[in-house]
Design a protein around this ligand. Structure first.
Ligand SMILES: C[S@@+](CC[C@H](N)C(=O)[O-])C[C@H]1O[C@@H](n2cnc3c(N)ncnc32)[C@H](O)[C@@H]1O
Length: 343
């Protein structure tokens, strides 16, 4: 059950609240920075723990995911495949000890769990020449790989992740995208999806622009020549994000949504979709390591998008699934699968 934070909870904005002497602009910045760190558990490195631990029970690819892993890696023996996946997981854990790394979330295919949106994107890939797709917070890129495998043109796909250094006290030089190549046994040549490293909150990487109301004046930049998401505003036909929004507090979830909305093409049928943690009632939920996580409900998530796009200009779909007591032994955790499509 979601709830207000108890009094003994660590305030999410503690740092910003203590910095009230700062000028307003830097206080606002501090709030944004603090919110970005409000991640329930994902950004918290367990003290001196640099190994994923004995959590092999979390390696549970479903038959479809197992078949996809076998096809991509060309490793047919399931024990050999497991050894391979575990070896990459160990390296990834040193880059950033996300729960999704610890729990092998990187072998779970999420993009297909939104079947209407997914089929619509495949259709865009088949029928709309130059339709561009972006996966934000792609990690190893399993969702991009599935989409490419199902026929979306690889040259029109773009991957983005903050990669190195987000929480990387060991300064390991590997990053998730390169580890994705290792996991799926691909190379930049065999899987030539353009990858951009950057923080979506960083204005140097992506400035906030209002949702486009008409086609952009200039053609879309060449994806291979990009150093940031800047210049793509109004050009993207499909944007996907899985397990990204829930890393942030309410202010930054809105900020992220507005930034993604600014990237979306004005063309009817353009779509933003994905999934992340949610609760039946908006509020904070206790994470697995004592930190609180902000969760929207289906209703407040819908209201948020309605406030971003002009009234009546988008169709919003949501579907919430109880995925069990993932974060702590007493609280049910829910995944919200959602899409926002231009009408
Ligand atoms: C929980 S993982 C989910 C990964 C993948 N989408 C999936 O579902 O398996 C969140 C991903 O978002 C990335 N990320 C976190 N903060 C980010 C930011 N500010 N900008 C871009 N990527 C970010 C992380 O590095 C990580 O790969």
């Amino acid at each position: 059950m979601s709830h207000s934070k108890p009094e003994n909870a660590q305030p999410e904005h503690a740092q910003a609240e203590h910095e009230s002497q700062k000028p307003v602009s830097s206080l606002e910045q501090a709030k944004l920075e603090d919110e970005k760190k409000s991640d329930p558990e994902a950004t918290k490195l367990p003290s001196s723990r640099t190994e994923p631990g004995d959590e092999c029970c979390h390696y549970q690819p479903d038959p479809d995911e197992l078949a996809f892993l076998k096809q991509q890696t060309r490793i047919q023996d399931e024990e050999e495949l497991k050894v391979h996946v575990f070896a990459v997981q160990k390296k990834a854990y040193k880059v950033c000890p996300y729960p999704c790394i610890r729990r092998f979330g990187f072998v779970r295919i999420k993009i297909i769990k939104n079947p209407a949106a997914y089929n619509h994107v495949l259709e865009l890939g088949r029928t709309l020449p130059g339709a561009l797709f972006l996966d934000v917070g792609c990690c190893f890129g399993i969702d991009l790989r599935r989409l490419a495998n199902d026929g979306f043109p690889v040259q029109n796909m773009l991957a983005c992740d903050i990669r190195k250094g987000f929480v990387n006290p060991l300064r390991i030089s590997d990053d998730f995208w390169d580890l994705g190549h290792e996991l799926f046994r691909s190379t930049a040549e065999s899987f030539p999806v353009a990858f951009l490293a950057g923080d979506v909150f960083d204005p140097a990487f992506l400035t906030l622009q209002a949702p486009a109301t008409e086609a952009p004046q200039s053609p879309a930049p060449n994806l291979d020549s990009l150093a940031s998401l800047e210049g793509l505003q109004g050009h993207l036909s499909a944007i996907h994000s899985a397990s990204l929004f829930h890393l942030f507090g309410e202010v930054n979830q809105l900020q992220l949504a507005r930034k993604l909305a600014g990237l979306l093409s004005a063309r009817p049928g353009s779509i933003i979709f994905g999934c992340h943690g949610a609760q039946p009632t908006k509020g904070h939920v206790l994470g697995s390591r004592g930190k609180y996580m902000f969760c929207h409900s289906s209703e407040t998530w819908r209201e948020m998008w309605e406030g971003i796009f002009e009234q009546g200009s988008v169709e919003i779909a949501t579907h919430m699934k109880n995925v069990g007591k993932l974060l702590n032994p007493t609280t049910d955790f829910y995944m919200l699968f959602w899409s926002v499509k231009r009408l």
